[in-house]
Design a protein around this ligand. Structure first.
Ligand code: BG6
Length: 489
């Protein structure tokens, strides 16, 4: 078997590797993520020429489905959520790759799956690499890992683990230990789809490919940082997962802290996966354990009426908090994080709030005090944008100062048509063995460690109206400042 080497640095457009022949085993194949992202994403990879020529996809879940029924489910998923026009042979080619094995209902379900995998390998002409994508709730992971080991499915395999990786420090350590009983760390890919977003990777490009920004990237120039990810979505049909998870575990300890890692890290000596992970780990090491008094938890009105939610549920659907990175670069600069469901806006924005000039030459009457201070905004949407907010003179005979903006938009500047969605990019990375955008066990365990004070002593839940910007208590966190998004940015 040819083994595609990880491209050094991973981001060079001409370094795209060709994956080895693969059998992808999709655990949770009938679930929400598979329908919305994974099945449509795999079809898109196939159509973009980024999937291996010799490929099979074995779906598995506790649902009892025939191969044909799984194909129908996949067809409905790509029709609803995919980019591909299903006219033409793309769908036909994709459908032929799919088969299904029911798991967990019989004692020998591991053996049944193994037989389907071997069949799939035969169909593509012998030994292939296996990619096990575990899109399952955390409690299901250990049994699957052991079953893979017991049935010889860990050889030539890589395993993708979905967040949350455990639910606290003890369970994260236990999960990592279980995974390592069967897989070597080099086979394990802990996925955080935020890191697959173009705009999040662009934080690295903006910081380290330019001489323009890095000199101001520190406590002397940055007053505070906001990582703000409000969602309009409710928990929808995911109450079963969400009720045991909540906004902190679903979004903060995973996505928002990973973005913080990219924002706050020291310049790495290269973009090698180990170097990047080392720098991120140092940021997490420097994070002060969370102070429950600097955390606001909320729950939208009506959440407790959702099917599958306890009538007295204390699960938070909103969380805002202040984090502190205690190192020379960031000492005294608060990082404010906020996210929640059923809010007024659906956005993903990082705001770097800059300090005011040392000497203010423009006085009252010029408008300078009514204008917003300087800020750099990263819109992490797909495809995203970066905006600099600054002050400028209004045209006219008097010296009037007003807010101005300069925006770089992906869509207008680059061929966004070549863009891969986050999951597509990351699945392709796994197939070529590029670990740059994946999380290491030590970083994750450290994030649970700093979460311990909050998890052991969570502050009370504040109700908020659906469609609002969350409980008012979250405003007090950033006072005397404000959440930048709430100011209409
Ligand atoms: C997922 C969370 O990881 O990220 C969801 O489980 C959330 O609750 C989603 O809605 C947000 O991702 P994106 O890419 O839509 O911003």
């Amino acid at each position: 078997m040819t083994s595609a080497a990880a491209p050094p640095g991973g981001l060079a457009p001409d370094a795209v590797g060709t994956p080895d022949p693969h059998v992808i085993v999709l655990f949770g194949a009938t679930g929400d993520l598979a329908k919305r992202k994974l099945l449509p994403g795999l079809l898109h990879l196939l159509c973009s020429g980024l999937a291996p020529e010799r490929l099979r996809i074995v779906g598995t879940s506790t649902s009892v489905l025939s191969d044909e029924e799984f194909r129908e489910l996949a067809c409905a998923s790509v029709q609803e959520f995919g980019k591909e026009d299903l006219v033409g042979d793309a769908w036909e080619r994709f459908a032929l790759l799919l088969s299904f094995a029911t798991s967990g209902t019989e004692g020998d379900s591991g053996a049944v799956l193994a037989a389907r995998v071997r069949e799939a390998e035969q169909e593509i002409g012998g030994e292939a690499r296996l990619l096990h994508f575990l899109s399952v709730p955390p409690k299901a992971t250990p049994a699957i890992i052991r079953e893979l080991g017991a049935n010889g499915l860990a050889e030539r395999a890589r395993v993708v683990l979905e967040k949350p990786f455990g639910t606290d420090l003890a369970s994260a350590r236990e999960l990592n230990a279980t995974v390592h009983e069967v897989f070597g760390e080099e086979q394990v890919f802990r996925i955080d789809h935020f890191l697959g977003k173009e705009a999040v990777q662009n934080i690295l490009a903006l910081r380290f490919a330019n001489g323009l920004f890095e000199p101001i990237w520190n406590r002397d120039h940055v007053a505070s940082v906001q990582i703000d990810v409000p969602e309009k979505l409710s928990v929808g049909t995911r109450a079963g997962f969400y009720e045991g998870t909540g906004a902190y575990r679903d979004m903060v300890v995973t996505h928002l802290f990973q973005v913080l890692g990219f924002l706050a890290m020291e310049p790495p000596t290269s973009l090698e996966p180990k170097t990047l992970a080392d720098e991120k780990a140092k940021v997490f090491e420097a994070l002060r354990p969370l102070d429950p008094d600097a955390v606001v938890r909320g729950q939208y009105d009506g959440y407790r009426d959702v099917d599958g939610v306890a009538p007295d549920s204390e699960t938070e659907t909103f969380v805002a908090l202040r984090a502190e990175v205690e190192n020379w670069r960031w000492q005294g600069v608060p990082f404010f994080l906020r996210t929640g469901k059923c809010l007024a806006a659906g956005q993903r924005v990082v705001t770097i709030m800059l300090r005011e000039p040392a000497l203010q030459m423009f006085h009252h009457g010029t408008g300078v005090h009514d204008a917003h201070p300087n800020a750099l905004l990263f819109d992490l949407g797909d495809p995203g944008s970066i905006t600099a907010e600054f002050l400028a003179k209004e045209p006219g005979a008097t010296m009037r100062i007003a807010s101005a903006r300069m925006t770089f938009s992906y869509e207008q500047s680059f061929q966004a048509a070549n863009q891969l969605e986050a999951y597509e990019r990351l699945i392709h990375d796994v197939m070529i063995g590029d670990r740059m955008l994946f999380n290491r066990a030590d970083g994750i365990e450290r994030l649970w460690e700093i979460s311990t004070p909050l998890l052991e002593d969570p502050p009370p839940i504040h109700p908020y109206a659906a469609g609002s910007s969350g409980p008012a208590e979250a405003d007090a966190l950033v006072a005397p400042g404000r959440w930048h998004l709430d100011e209409g940015h």
